[in-house]
Design a protein around this ligand. Structure first.
Ligand code: ADP
Ligand code: ZN
Ligand code: MG
Length: 492
């Protein structure tokens, strides 16, 4: 079924068209057990070790809905500003595949859990509101494994551990107008879902999967073109690459007088191209019908209120609050709210040091750098927020110089010890003793007669040179304020 058209239009031609993109995102809910049975959802266990009559679809087994999964789905829906339906229902989506023992997926069709939401995404200079069509619950299929075995050339294997794991599908409106907007949408969507504790969104474990629908139309026109759906986008980068390729491909076809066929295409990460996989199936192909083994899914007003009351502060609100309360720069607020854990760490440091901007600088600068280099996440930071706050106070009160603070920080990060402990053990106490510093200043002045002359001739900038020399002699331990005072006095 391979396609022959691997042509792509040149950029100046592509620029005359506007992409129209809508994403369908599948997210694995963070439950311990599956959607309709008590089997574990633990990742990485031995194949087919987490199965039971229900998820194996043995005759007579009946599904029972997992209340926690529903609660998480509702949380996601509320975070995405959706209206949650009081009574939704499950439907069977019928298709045949070896990793689907039931012969159908339990999903939701005509009465989904939630609809009519939106998400504000952060673009370079502005935010853009993107519509969320619906959020519905469904169970996952198993996994076919085609290689990695001695007899892979003759056999494929099926692992059903994932079968029945709870997912939500988030269908987005076709509001995105570039691959960059699609990237931003997925980034912000992932962040929100992590914030509200709905999913880890770990793409490597398949906890976040994205299909992209894309069409193009001549700029300035309103009607949507025929769309294709791209599957197998297992990284943010692939999403953007696949969309760019697919847009250029569609434009080339239209420019040469051809037409786009509605179809499902597969992204090939090795070639960076998409290839036709099958003609798009339509809803009627799935023979959807209400799931007879399950009652309507009722989310009562009281339960909804309870879930609403437990919603944490969302990233956009946190960002605004950080700017308003702590006066940190907009950009810093953006970085600091990238995860709830980082935001909490910053807030702890800001409050304990009472120096919010310094806290922001340390957290986004030295700390983030050290964490990255060590391959650690903020939860595993060897420097606690209290210890970082203590260092900030020592530094801003002039008890240690900025340079020394950085050295001490590196040692704190390596050892997990506090700043005072390190300074004591390493003899890094700041030298503020006037008598001791006067001696050093005398030494520096005696060794640099030419600079002394320059200073006395009016070149006051040379003072910085002298301070630097004293710092060098003390390996950064001299109190800069005292050094400045002594120098000015001696040079007068
Ligand atoms: P289908 O009937 O093929 O499932 P839907 O209308 O349900 O199509 O939309 C599925 C996804 O495709 C949604 O994310 C939607 O935003 C997107 N979409 C719909 N029409 C277009 C289009 N013309 N171009 C790009 N994306 C589209
Ligand atoms: Zn089971
Ligand atoms: Mg559809």
């Amino acid at each position: 079924m391979g396609s022959t058209e691997t042509i792509a239009a040149p950029p100046e031609v592509v620029a005359r068209y506007e992409p129209v993109i809508g994403l369908e995102v599948h997210v694995q809910l963070m439950t311990r057990t599956k959607l309709f049975c008590g089997c574990s959802t633990e990742f990485g266990s031995a194949p087919n070790s987490q199965v039971c009559p229900v998820c194996l679809a043995l005759p007579g087994a009946l599904p029972v809905v997992n209340r926690e999964a529903v609660a998480l789905a509702v949380r996601a829906a509320l975070a995405l500003n959706c209206e949650v339906r009081r009574s939704s229902r499950f439907a069977r989506k019928n298709y045949f595949y070896p990793d689907l023992p039931k012969g159908y997926q339990i999903s939701q069709f005509d009465r989904p859990l939630a609809e009519h939401g939106w998400l504000d995404i952060a673009l370079d200079a502005a935010t853009k509101r993107v519509g969320i069509t619906r959020v519905h619950l469904e169970d996952d299929a198993g996994k076919s494994i085609h290689d990695g075995f001695a007899d892979s050339d003759r056999y494929s294997y099926v692992d059903l551990n994932r079968c029945g794991v709870p997912l939500i599908e988030i269908v987005g409106e076709p509001d995105l107008r570039s691959s960059a907007e699609a990237y931003a949408y997925l980034t912000d969507l992932k962040q929100i879902l992590q914030y509200v504790g709905v999913s880890t969104c770990d793409m490597e474990k398949g906890h976040l999967r994205c299909d992209a629908n894309v069409s193009v139309r001549p700029r300035g026109t309103d009607a949507f073109g025929v769309k294709t759906e791209i599957k197998n986008l297992n990284s943010f980068r692939f999403l953007q690459k696949a969309l760019d390729y697919e847009v250029a491909r569609q434009v080339a076809i239209i420019e040469s007088g051809g037409t786009i066929h509605q179809e499902t295409r597969l992204f090939n990460a090795d070639t960076g191209e998409t290839a036709g996989m099958r003609s798009k199936e339509y809803a009627h192909d799935y023979r959807y019908f209400p799931e007879p083994d399950l009652l309507p899914l009722v989310v009562g007003e009281q339960w909804l209120d309870e879930i609403r009351a437990q919603m944490p502060e969302l990233p956009a609100a946190k960002r605004k609050r950080f700017v308003a309360t702590y006066c940190v720069r907009e950009y810093d607020a953006q970085v600091l709210t990238s995860s709830p854990q980082l935001a909490d760490y910053f807030e702890g440091t800001a409050v304990k040091s009472n120096q919010p901007q310094a806290a922001a600088n340390w957290v986004t600068g030295d700390l983030s750098g050290a964490l990255k280099a060590a391959g650690k996440s903020i939860e595993d930071s060897p420097v606690t927020d209290a210890n970082l706050a203590e260092l900030i106070v020592l530094s801003t009160s002039g008890q240690i110089s900025g340079k020394l603070a950085k050295e001490v920080f590196a040692k704190m990060f390596a050892s997990g010890r506090s700043a005072p402990e390190i300074m004591k053990a390493d003899g890094l106490q700041q030298i503020s003793d006037v008598g001791e510093l006067e001696k050093l200043v005398d030494e520096v002045l005696a060794a640099n007669p030419r600079q002394v002359e320059q200073y006395q001739a009016g070149k006051k900038g040379v003072l910085g040179f002298f301070v630097g020399q004293v710092m060098k002699l003390t390996r950064g331990q001299a109190n800069p304020a005292v050094v400045n005072e002594v120098l000015s006095r001696k040079l007068r």
